[in-house]
Write a protein that binds this ligand. Structure first.
Ligand SMILES: *[C@@H]1O[C@H](CO)[C@@H](O)[C@H](O)[C@H]1NC(C)=O
Ligand SMILES: *[C@@H]1O[C@H](CO)[C@@H](O)[C@H](O)[C@H]1NC(C)=O
Ligand SMILES: *[C@@H]1O[C@H](CO)[C@@H](O)[C@H](O)[C@H]1NC(C)=O
Ligand SMILES: *[C@@H]1O[C@H](CO)[C@@H](O)[C@H](O)[C@H]1NC(C)=O
Ligand SMILES: *[C@@H]1O[C@H](CO)[C@@H](O)[C@H](O)[C@H]1NC(C)=O
Ligand SMILES: *[C@@H]1O[C@H](CO)[C@@H](O)[C@H](O)[C@H]1NC(C)=O
Ligand SMILES: *[C@@H]1O[C@H](CO)[C@@H](O)[C@H](O)[C@H]1NC(C)=O
Ligand SMILES: *[C@@H]1O[C@H](CO)[C@@H](O)[C@H](O)[C@H]1NC(C)=O
Ligand SMILES: *[C@@H]1O[C@H](CO)[C@@H](O)[C@H](O)[C@H]1NC(C)=O
Length: 507
C-alpha cells in the first residue's frame, strides 16, 4: 500500500513538471558490525522501493548485486584514493576501467562523487580535486559514458560563509582558486553541485538562535519566518535557506545555471545526554517532512519548482562509527532491515517502510507551562467531555500524580475520540504528538490497544501538521482546535469583564 502510494505520488509529481522531478535517494554507509551482505541490502532497497542510492566507494559485490534492478547508483572515489587519481591521468583511467566499465550498463551508475567534503575534510588534496574530476571525466569520455555518468564532488555546507541571509552568502574565499574551476567544470559538463545539508548541526551549533521547529520543517508563525531583507524571500525551514545560500554563493562567482543535488541530509534518532534533540520523534519528523518537501517539487524560495533531489543520510545505523551516540544513529533501518521508525508522508500512505498501524499518541509537551497544562486538563475533562475517571485516586492512571502525566492521558483520550484529526492535538501549544506509547503499568492510554513495545510502532504523521501551532496561528488557519477557541473566548470574556468595572477582580 505504501508502495502504491509512492508510485502514485511520483506519477503526480512527474505529470506536474514535465522536465525533471526531484527524487529521494538514500546513502549507504557500511560501518556496521553485522553489515548485511549485498543481496540483503538490495532486497531491502527493493522492498522499500528505494530507487536512488549513493555508495561511499565502488564495492564490487554491491555493484554486481545492483545489476538489473533499475536502481540508480552514485558511486564514490574515497578520499584515500583521491591524491593518486588527481596526480595521474593514468591512475584515473585505471580507476574507471576497474570500477565502472565491468558493471555498466547492467548497473545503472549515474554519477561519480569524487571524494567527500574534500575542502574541509582533506584540505591538502584540494589543489588536485579539479584535476581528479577532469581525469575521471576524460576517461568516461573515452568510454563514451560521459553523457550517462556525471562527475561531481560533495561539499560540506560549511564552505559557505554568512549563509543567512542567503542572499549574502559566499564561498570561503580561501577556496576560490578551487571553487571557480570546479564550477566551470560542473557547468561545462552539465553536472551538478553536490551539497551536504545538516539542519541538525546548524540547529545544535546555533545555541538557540535557530528554533527547533524551523530546523524540522514544522509550521512557523508568520512572524517567526526568517525574511531575507535583500530579496524579501521568506524562509520557513533551514534546509531551504542553506540550499539558497549555495545558489547565491555560486552566483557570487557568476555561476547561475549549475543545479544542486543534496547528497546528504538527515537527523539522528538517538543521542547521548548532551544531545537531547537526537530523538526518534525529531528524526521521524525531519525525514518525513524532508521527503514530502522534496517530492512535492517545492524547490526553494529563490528557485521555486526547481528540483532539489536529496539523498537521506542514511540507510543503516552504523554502530562502528566513532564519536558521540548520535553518530551511530542516523539510519532508517537496523542491520536486520527493521525500521528504526516508520516514516509518514501523509495520512494516506508511507514510503520506505510499511504502515502497520496508526499508533500515534497525544501527550503534554515536556517544556509546557504547568498552569497552561492544568487549564488544558480542566478543559479536556470538562467541556472537552473526556472520560477522566482513570485519573481519579485509586484508578490505574492516578500515579504518577502530576499535571504532566494527567494532562497527557486526557489529551490522548481527546485526540483519539476526535479520530486523531488535524489540530486535535494542540491544546494551545502545550500538546504534542508522539509515537511512543505512553501507557505504563495498568494505565493503558487510548489508542494503545496493548501493542506497547511490539515492533512496528508507527511514527507520527502529525508533528509537521500544526501540532505546535499557537493560538493565533490556529485562528489564522481555521484549525479545528476547539480548546484554543475556548481559551480565546475566556480571554475575551475576561477582557470584557475587566473593562467594565470590577477592577479589583482582574489584577
Ligand atoms: C539509468 O538512470 C537514468 C537516470 O535516472 C535513466 O534515465 C535511465 O533510463 C536508467 N537506465 C536504465 C537502464 O534503467
Ligand atoms: C587523459 O586520458 C584520456 C584518455 O583516458 C585522454 O583522452 C586525455 O587527453 C588525457 N588527459 C591528459 C590531461 O593527459
Ligand atoms: C576559510 O577556509 C580557510 C582554509 O581552510 C580556513 O582556515 C578558515 O578558517 C575558513 N574561514 C572561515 C570563516 O571558516
Ligand atoms: C562577475 O561578473 C561581474 C560583472 O560581469 C564582474 O564585475 C565580476 O568581477 C565577476 N566576478 C567574478 C568572481 O568573476
Ligand atoms: C507543495 O507545493 C505547493 C506549490 O507547488 C505548495 O503550495 C505547498 O505548500 C507544498 N507542500 C509542501 C508540503 O511542501
Ligand atoms: C512490508 O510489506 C511487504 C509487502 O506487503 C512485506 O513483504 C514485508 O515483509 C513488509 N516488511 C516489513 C518490515 O514489515
Ligand atoms: C490511519 O488513520 C486515518 C484517519 O485517522 C485513516 O484515514 C487511515 O486509513 C488510517 N491508516 C491505517 C493504515 O490504518
Ligand atoms: C517502540 O516503542 C517502544 C516503547 O514504546 C520503544 O522502546 C521502541 O524503541 C519502539 N520501536 C520502534 C521501532 O519505534
Ligand atoms: C496547518 O496550518 C496551515 C496554516 O498555518 C494551514 O494552511 C494548513 O492547512 C494546516 N494543515 C493542516 C493539516 O491542518
Amino acid at each position: 500500500m505504501g508502495l502504491l502510494f509512492l508510485a502514485l505520488f511520483l506519477m503526480l509529481v512527474s505529470a506536474d513538471s514535465a522536465d525533471e522531478a526531484a527524487f529521494i535517494g538514500v546513502n549507504i554507509g557500511t560501518a556496521l558490525s553485522d553489515m548485511p551482505d549485498p543481496t540483503q541490502v538490495v532486497a531491502l532497497l527493493k522492498a522499500q522501493q528505494i530507487r536512488h542510492i549513493r555508495l561511499y566507494d565502488a564495492d564490487r559485490a554491491m555493484l554486481l548485486a545492483l545489476a538489473n534492478t533499475g536502481i540508480r547508483v552514485v558511486i564514490s572515489v574515497p578520499n584515500e584514493q583521491l591524491l593518486g587519481i588527481g596526480q595521474s591521468n593514468a591512475t584515473a583511467a585505471n580507476w574507471v576501467s576497474r570500477n565502472i566499465l565491468p558493471y555498466v550498463p547492467a548497473t545503472n551508475i549515474t554519477a561519480i562523487a569524487v571524494g567527500s567534503e574534500v575542502l574541509t575534510a582533506l584540505p591538502n588534496a584540494a589543489p588536485i580535486l579539479v584535476s581528479a574530476m577532469n581525469f575521471i571525466h576524460s576517461a568516461l569520455v573515452a568510454s563514451k559514458l560521459d553523457s550517462r555518468i556525471k562527475v561531481s564532488t560533495p561539499h560540506s555546507s560549511s564552505v559557505i560563509l554568512d549563509s543567512f541571509p542567503p542572499s549574502q552568502a559566499f564561498f570561503n574565499r580561501s577556496w576560490d582558486p578551487v571553487m571557480v574551476p570546479l564550477l566551470k567544470f560542473l557547468q561545462s559538463t552539465n553536472s551538478y553541485f553536490m551539497l551536504n545539508v545538516y539542519p541538525y548541526y546548524d540547529y545544535v551549533r546555533s545555541n538557540g538562535a535557530i528554533a527547533l521547529d524551523y530546523a524540522l520543517f514544522r509550521p512557523l508563525l508568520p512572524t517567526k519566518e526568517a525574511v531575507d531583507h535583500n530579496t524579501l524571500l521568506h524562509y520557513t525551514n533551514v534546509f531551504d535557506a542553506v540550499v539558497d545560500a549555495a545558489y547565491f554563493a555560486m552566483s557570487d562567482l557568476n555561476f547561475t545555471n549549475v543545479p544542486i543535488t543534496v547528497t546528504e541530509s538527515g537527523w539522528p534518532s538517538k543521542g547521548d545526554s548532551s544531545e537531547p534533540d537526537a530523538t526518534l520523534d525529531n528524526a521521524n519528523t525531519y525525514n518525513s517532512n524532508l521527503i514530502r518537501h522534496v517530492l512535492n517539487n517545492t524547490g526553494t524560495p529563490k528557485h521555486p519548482g526547481i528540483a532539489v533531489s536529496t539523498y537521506i543520510y542514511e540507510l543503516y545505523n552504523e554502530d562502528l562509527r566513532s564519536g558521540p551516540t548520535s553518530e551511530k544513529n542516523w539510519g532508517l533501518f537496523d542491520s536486520n532491515g527493521v525500521p528504526v521508525y516508520t516514516l509518514h508522508l501523509t495520512g494516506s500512505g508511507t514510503v520506505l517502510a510499511n504502515d502497520t498501524a496508526n499508533q500515534t499518541y497525544c501527550v503534554a509537551k515536556e517544556s509546557a507551562d504547568k498552569k497552561m497544562l492544568q487549564a488544558a486538563l480542566d478543559w479536556a475533562c470538562g467541556p472537552g467531555k473526556v472520560d477522566c475517571s482513570a485519573l481519579l485516586q485509586g484508578q490505574p492512571c492516578y500515579e504518577p500524580d502530576n499535571v504532566f502525566s494527567h494532562a497527557s492521558y486526557a489529551f490522548d483520550a481527546y485526540y483519539h475520540r476526535m479520530a486523531m484529526g488535524d489540530g486535535t492535538c494542540n491544546f494551545n501549544g502545550v500538546a504534542t504528538i508522539t509515537t511512543t506509547d505512553p501507557s505504563h503499568g495498568s494505565c493503558i492510554f487510548p489508542g494503545s490497544g496493548g501493542r506497547k513495545g511490539t515492533f512496528g510502532n508507527t511514527t507520527s504523521l502529525a508533528p509537521s501538521f500544526n501540532s505546535t501551532a499557537s493560538a493565533s496561528q490556529s485562528l489564522l488557519s481555521h484549525s479545528r482546535d476547539i480548546y484554543t477557541n475556548f481559551v480565546l473566548v475566556v480571554a475575551v470574556l475576561w477582557i470584557a469583564v475587566c473593562f467594565n468595572d470590577i477592577q479589583s477582580f482582574c489584577s
